[in-house]
Ligand binder design. Structure first.
Ligand code: FAD
Ligand code: NAP
Length: 486
């Protein structure tokens, strides 16, 4: 606490009056005395003299790294300590990285105690967008940890997609609308599975690999195509992994709930409101179609999406007998494989923040993006007052998860559902027709006061286009509408 108080006192702890400098190795060596002690940890140099008397391990221990790179020593003793935050006020700057290192040769780079500093000279930053992330690594006898520094707050587990295939590791990190890629052929064997940790407040990602043999690694490996690149997300090609079909159950006469399992060598979580592409080879040609993952149920204990640490992805898919893709999907047997891409989509979860009224307009399988939105809103939005779904279908038999929706409406006072049928039978007492001004103005009439509202719409393209037009006619602004389109 004394140390924290000192750091908050506004005192100049580096002696540089808030300036950050590039530190050469020669310069670092000069600062090796108790009253002038600089230490480098993972490429960042700290003036630790003011910290000497607070260091739990004592001054002598700290002096072991005086004027040098203390990363290994730090990692051996307490690598879990959040030094970035504790020593924030002592930051002198970054180690200068020697330029003109040929790309493609990690071995040629100066390794600072297991660290591979990334040179902004060899990896130019985009003019706009976030500053380029970087990565380094460290090891213990049994583990290799790759650390990606995004330098961005708000990075979460679903911002990271990792595939470990054979001896290569590919990690894509979504930073705002950009994609950062780490792509390496590892120099030694590791176990197939791995763990991932995200330290959200500093945007740090740790990928922890388990060595197959307890040997000391001299380097991490060889960079592969596009390693350490930051490009707009839309310019990054889709990456697929083979997933096994685990279950398939009927939901309506033509719609099924499919569950696929990610390989243990993949970390992937589909963010709320996003879709993936499924790929199958049909008569020798690869066919790809988009699908929006759902939760396994509307009534489960709402573990998704934040605690979605599982390996399963669920899809609600309508089978069109004359369609190209869905009959093939329907023919898959349990245990067969389908390729699943990285997530895509322009829905941002931040649109839900502080929302009071959420309206969902869905037609047919346009219901799929609403599923996770509903789960998320009811579980994680304390501001939510009402959530209403207007669900358009042809007949009663076409309504997906009707009984779950009705149960949810009974269980949660905030939620209400209205079914509208375009081809109803005479015994249907509910609403009828297609999307119309009359249906919408009645559905949205609770929004007469100025609450924070969002209307999400999804279905056949003409349905969505018509809905957007009608919403504008009802004076809802662009910011209050999100449409799901291809
Ligand atoms: P298609 O071959 O595309 O045919 C679809 C229908 O059109 C069939 O009835 C077919 O008989 C008819 N048809 C095809 N060609 C013609 C023609 N020339 N003339 C007349 N009729 C024709 N769907 C889901 O079920 N679940 C989802 O979660 C889901 N998510 C999606 C997310 C996004 C972002 C998008 C854009 C679409 C999503 N879809 C979803 C729809 C999905 O991508 C496919 O379009 C759908 O599964 C149909 O694929 P298909 O190849 O089987 O049918
Ligand atoms: P469907 O059963 O054919 O139709 C569902 C309802 O929409 C029916 O009541 C239908 O009325 C109505 N509808 C259809 N066309 C309309 C139009 N032009 N104007 C007003 N209402 C209309 O739907 P589906 O087969 O499930 O298809 C769902 C669609 O959603 C697909 O096109 C799929 O690509 C899309 N989708 C998109 C996403 C995404 O994220 N972008 C996600 C999932 C699904 P009628 O009976 O009168 O036709």
């Amino acid at each position: 606490m004394d140390w924290i108080r000192l750091t908050k006192s506004g005192k100049d702890l580096t002696g540089l009056k808030g300036r950050l400098i590039e530190v050469t190795e020669e310069e670092l060596k000069k600062h090796n005395k108790r009253d002038d002690c600089w230490i480098c940890i993972r490429g960042f140099v700290y003036n630790v003299s003011p910290y000497m008397e607070y260091h739990p391990g004592g001054e002598d221990e700290l002096m072991r790294a005086a004027g040098s790179d203390g990363t290994d020593l730090f990692d051996q003793v307490h690598r879990w300590v959040n030094y970035e935050s504790m020593l924030k006020e002592c930051l002198v700057g970054r180690m200068a990285v020697k330029p003109a290192i040929p790309k493609g040769s990690h071995e040629g780079k100066k390794v600072l105690n297991g660290m591979l500093p990334k040179s902004p000279v060899t990896d130019p930053l985009p003019k706009e967008g976030p500053s380029s992330p970087s990565y380094d690594w460290f090891q213990t006898d049994s583990l290799v940890t790759i650390v990606i520094y995004t330098k961005q707050k708000g990075i979460s587990l679903d911002s990271v997609i990792i595939d470990h295939q054979g001896d290569s590791i590919r990690a894509e990190v979504i930073v705002k609308d950009y994609s950062y890629l780490l792509h390496i052929e590892l120099c030694h064997d590791v176990q197939e599975d791995f763990s991932v940790r995200v330290i959200e407040n500093v945007g740090k990602i740790e990928i922890i690999l388990r060595k197959r043999e307890n040997t000391s690694w001299k380097c991490l490996g060889r960079p592969l195509e596009n390693d350490n690149s930051l490009i707009p997300k839309k310019d990054r090609g889709l990456c697929y992994r083979k997933c096994q079909l685990i279950s398939k159950e009927d939901v309506t006469h033509d719609t099924k709930l499919l569950c696929v399992m990610l390989p243990p060598s993949t970390h992937l979580q589909v963010p709320v409101g996003q879709h993936v592409y499924l790929k199958l080879t049909i008569t020798g040609t690869e066919i790809v179609k988009p699908y929006t993952p759902v939760s396994d149920s509307l009534l489960s204990e709402f573990k998704e999406p934040v605690l979605m640490n599982n390996k399963y992805i669920y899809f609600l898919i309508k089978i069109y007998p004359a369609g190209l893709f869905t009959p093939e999907l329907d023919h898959l047997q349990i245990g067969d494989f389908v390729s699943v891409s990285n997530p895509e989509g322009n829905f941002k979860i931040s649109r839900l923040q502080e929302l009071e009224d959420l309206y969902l307009l869905a037609a047919g399988t346009g219901f799929t993006p609403m599923v996770k939105i509903m789960n998320y809103a009811l579980t994680y939005l304390p501001s939510l007052r009402t959530m209403k779904l207007m669900f358009f279908n042809k007949t009663e038999d076409d309504i997906i998860w009707r009984s779950q929706l009705e149960k949810l409406a009974c269980k949660d006072k905030r939620f209400d559902v209205e079914f509208v049928l375009s081809a109803s039978t005479s015994d249907w007492n509910g609403k009828q027709g297609r999307i119309s001004p009359a249906l919408l103005s009645e559905f949205l009439k609770t929004n007469l006061d100025k609450s924070k509202v969002l209307i999400c719409i999804c279905g056949p393209t003409p349905f969505t286009e018509e809905g957007i037009k009608l919403l504008h006619d009802l004076n809802f602004s662009k910011d209050e509408i999100h449409s799901f389109t291809a």
